[in-house]
Ligand binder design. Structure first.
Ligand code: HEM
Length: 155
């Protein structure tokens, strides 16, 4: 009879780091990865448009309509980020980076929306100093998640 411990210690029987990574990557369903990538891309597009609307109302006359568009845009981005996070949770076994990153993105977008409401409704203009850089951080995290999604698609 062959000793199991000997088999496990044998170099051929021991899975390499590469094998482990490949097995984990293969456990990601291609359909879920595609849905995640599409939702994340739409979230990124929504964040980019938020900057476009902001460009229309910052220091411009007739700003109220664009502030309202920016507020509606925030709601759309929150919903998209939530859907992205749900898809990322389904991919948790394939990539914990995707799950943690997408959950972090959702939290940042909710915080961003709260800050925006405080700026407009609470007249807390000093919070613009946080609102603008957080938008840049959100966009950077979204681009990072696109990269991880692309790596998962390539397997
Ligand atoms: C994820 C991205 C963003 C979200 C979710 C978001 C959300 C919001 C929300 C909900 C408001 C309040 C609107 C209202 O109550 O009518 C707001 C206000 C504001 N946002 Fe954003 N925003 C984002 C990106 C940006 C960017 C990129 C900029 C600028 C470059 C920006 C600049 C501002 C400013 C200046 C206000 C205050 C408007 C005022 O004077 O009343 N936001 N934001």
């Amino acid at each position: 009879m062959v000793d199991c411990a000997v088999i496990l210690r044998h170099p051929i029987a021991t899975p390499t780091h590469e094998t482990i990574v490949r097995e984990y990557t293969m456990s990601a369903s291609p359909g879920t990865v595609r849905i995640f990538s599409i939702l994340n891309g739409l979230t990124l597009l929504g964040v980019l448009l938020q900057a476009v609307w902001a460009g229309e109302f910052i220091g411009r006359p007739g700003r109220q309509n664009w502030v309202t568009v920016h507020e509606i845009g925030a709601f759309v981005v929150v919903v998209l980020a939530l859907a992205t996070a749900a898809a990322a949770v389904a991919l948790r076994r394939a990539s914990s980076a995707v799950t943690l990153g997408a959950l972090g993105l959702f939290v940042l977008i909710v915080v961003q929306t709260g800050l925006g409401e405080a700026i407009t409704k609470g007249d807390a203009n000093e919070l613009i100093t946080a609102h603008v850089p957080i938008a840049v951080l959100i966009f950077g995290l979204g681009v990072y998640l696109s990269g991880v999604g692309a790596r998962l698609r390539r397997g």
